[in-house]
Each structure stands twice: as C-alpha cells, then as structure tokens.
Ligand binder design. Structure first.
Ligand SMILES: [Fe+2]
Length: 134
C-alpha cells in the first residue's frame, strides 16, 4: 500500500502543510504496525495526536478560510465535525478495549487522507491560489 507525501499535497500555507504532514506521519505509523493492539502505546499516541490535530489544525484552517470568505466553508466545517466525532468514538472504543480499533482507525485515516486532504483541502488550496492569497 504505497503512500507518499508529494508537492501536490501542499496547500501553500506552511503551517497547514506541516500539520498535514504530522497527520500523514500518524497514518504511516499505523500502516507500519498493523499488529498494534488496542491497548498499545502506538494507538494511544495516535489518538492523542489526532485529538490535538482536530483542535489546532482545524482552528487554523477554519480561521484562514473564514478570513477569505471561502464559499465552501460550511462543507469544510461539516467534514471537521465528522472527523472530531469519529476520533471521539475511537477514544471511547479504545477505553472499552475494542480490538477492532487499530484496523478501523487505519481505514478511517486512509479514507480521510484520500477524501478530505486530497479532496476538500485541495479545493480550498486551489481557491486560495487562484486569488493569489497564498
Ligand atoms: Fe486540513
């Protein structure tokens, strides 16, 4: 399952790119350790980082898009809400010791990467670029 960060993943804003790369690293770590158990440090660290990301990164992204009156802001906000809800559920499921968490978390992040970061985020990147805002 090859997955690489490349220049087309850049949204043109260094802070946001760095945060996307941090999320990418979490994904790579999960992919590298498919045997990780629900009570492992790897899963605990991943959930910590995903929770932090859902706060700091989304706040930075949303304030930038709001400042530029991004027309698809509502869609972006809905995606972020969905992410936070999913991560909170993974935290509950981990506390409950559900052994499905590692595989489900990996599948979730994989689809977040393909659908949101390489979908919705690329759309706002194009919007910012077209207006010479980045
Ligand atoms: Fe993002």
């Amino acid at each position: 399952m090859g997955l690489m960060w490349d220049d087309t993943d850049s949204v043109g804003v260094p802070e946001l790119d760095l945060q996307h790369q941090q999320l990418f690293n979490v994904l790579c770590n999960l992919m590298a350790h498919p045997e990780a158990s629900v009570d492992s440090e790897l899963i605990a660290d991943a959930l910590d980082q995903l929770t932090w990301y859902g706060d700091a990164h989304f706040r930075a992204e949303e304030s930038l898009l709001r400042a530029h009156a991004y027309p698809l802001l509502d869609e972006q906000l809905a995606g972020h809400r969905e992410y936070r809800r999913a991560v909170a559920e993974f935290c509950f499921a981990t506390t409950a010791g559900s052994d499905k968490v590692p595989a489900q978390l990996l599948a979730f992040l994989r689809s977040w990467w393909d659908g949101h970061i390489r979908g919705a985020d690329r759309r706002y990147a194009a919007f910012l670029r077209e207006r010479n805002l980045v």
